[in-house]
Design a protein around this ligand. Structure first.
Ligand SMILES: [Zn+2]
Length: 237
């Protein structure tokens, strides 16, 4: 027994057993939406969307790395002010995921007080949504990845929001898959990508309950695990 153990140890030290099976490792470019100067929308509690995006992206990155994948974070220093370089930084990866948190049109927001400060909130909409550019060279694989990730999110108990289809100015966005909450969007970070690319709005942070949930590490972990389970979507065809 001792001899076997010693042999196994020797083999392990010699690198015969690698911790991460390299053949199954995906290379993921994880983009943190917005930056410190323009931090996106605000939550019902006045926190910036950028802070939500960064927190969730860090949990997604850790989950993917623990599963043996490599992750490049884009814009995690909060200093990336241009959109095109985000897509350019994704070259050579298997999949680009831009992480965002959602809002809704101003007419739906109500003022409330948080620690004596006026903030804007609404319980009208909640849920995640996914975005794909249907004009891009990698449309088929991008849509497939969005579909796989959405299916895993739904298995984990998450529901999509359909409010971006509303027939009002600033919304009216075409849907590619209503059941899976996948919208068409020619956002710059998607348009400039040459690899499969999707954008995730993880939830609506103007919704007071959803904003609280999205701050929980356990909740972020559930989103991250859904993504990790679907991460080989780019290699199916
Ligand atoms: Zn955003």
């Amino acid at each position: 027994m001792r001899k076997l153990r010693t042999t196994l140890l020797t083999l392990a030290l010699a690198g015969v057993f690698s911790i991460a099976p390299a053949t199954n490792a995906a290379r993921i470019a994880l983009d943190i939406g917005h930056n410190l100067a323009k931090p996106g929308t605000l939550s019902a509690y006045g926190e910036t969307e950028f802070s939500y995006n960064l927190a969730l992206a860090k949990v997604i990155a850790q989950t993917l790395r623990n599963a043996g994948h490599s992750v490049t974070l884009i814009g995690d220093d909060g200093l990336m002010n241009e959109l095109k370089p985000r897509a350019e930084a994704a070259a050579g990866h298997d999949l680009f995921i831009s992480v965002h948190h959602d809002s809704m049109k101003e007419e739906f927001l109500e003022e409330w007080l948080v620690n004596g400060q006026p903030q804007l909130m609404s319980e009208r909409f909640r849920g995640y949504s996914l975005y794909v550019n249907s004009d891009g060279p990698e449309y088929a694989r991008s849509l497939h990845c969005a579909s796989q990730i959405s299916a895993k999110l739904q298995e984990a108990g998450f529901s999509p929001t359909l409010h971006h289809t509303d027939n009002i100015a600033g919304e009216n966005r075409p849907m590619l898959d209503r059941q899976l909450g996948i919208y068409q969007a020619n956002f710059a970070v998607l348009r400039h990508n040459t690899i499969p690319a999707i954008l995730l709005e993880a939830g609506v942070i103007r919704h007071p309950d959803e904003a609280k949930l999205l701050r929980l590490t356990t909740y972020q972990q559930k989103i991250a695990e859904s993504i990790a389970t679907a991460i080989h979507c780019h290699s199916v065809f």
